[in-house]
Design a protein around this ligand. Sequence first.
Ligand code: PEP
Ligand code: MN
Length: 334
Amino acid sequence: MIILLKDKVNENQVKNLTNWLEGIGFGLHISKGQNHTIIGLIGDTSRVDMDLIASLDIVETVKRIQEPFKSANRKFHEDDSVIDCGGVKIGGGNFQIIAGPCSVESEEQIVGVAQAVKASGAGMLRGGAFKPRTSPYAFQGLHEKGLELLSEAKRVTGLPIVTEIMEANHLPLFEDVDVIQVGARNMQNFELLKELGQTRKTILLKRGLANTLEELLMSAEYIMAGGNNNVILCERGIRTFETYTRNTLDLSAIPVLRRLTHLPVVVDPSHGTGHAYLVKSMAMAATVAGADGLIIEVHNDPPHALCDGKQSLTPEQFDELAKGIQNVLPFAVR
Ligand code: PEP
Ligand code: MN
């Protein structure tokens, strides 16, 4: 349920109302937008007398929210959320490119790629240290050592770092990580999401391989229900009958999510297509469709990458992509 307050209201009256609502057991989400102040109620709102609230002096209207996601709902928070990622902002007109290798392989690799993508305009560095691989015999990542190398690349370049977590017990290792990625395979690992909800870290939540947008938003809700509103959503392609591409990149997810939620939406055309030659066109399309950012796999030597080389761009190709994005950004539909 949301309570829309009148334009000019007395702070004491607002306090009385919020104290009363909290006193009867509701969680509140208060959003002071450009035009209105909205109080979002979290909990079983069937217990509350809507007419009574609507009759209060300071209240403009009271509406029930039909969707099962509440904190993530744009009706709770009409302006775009701007999320801090280690000093870099995303959302609300702040467009960011996250770039880097699928996995961290060595100091030379991660520091070299970080310097190159920074020079091309990337705002954050990605790199996996704990890798969810289909085969148990495939490279699983450098684990703690990988995280240390990411911190080193951050120290050298100043770029905030983005890396995937697979297990809540690993959280103490992620202290220096600016954005914690929840990969597609863990989108519905609800215990992990609840633990991340207890932190105030920024979370990049990737859409599951076969999950609907409502399920993605419900997973964001799990994190936000714990009080952590620092969530970024990521469309990374879904499983369809098409096998020519690794996944089918759902570009329509961008305007749908932007309508349903205030959270920033990032697009991953690398996993979304699986082929380096498709990444630039899909990145440009996603930008024009209104994405708040991109996450792109970049490797110094794609043919020899330990993970996802086929879809990785060279630093030169990434530079070209970044220029293309600057050219189309003014035409983005928002
Ligand atoms: C990745 O970002 O390297 C990754 C494993 O992504 P996803 O979870 O989308 O497959
Ligand atoms: Mn990858």
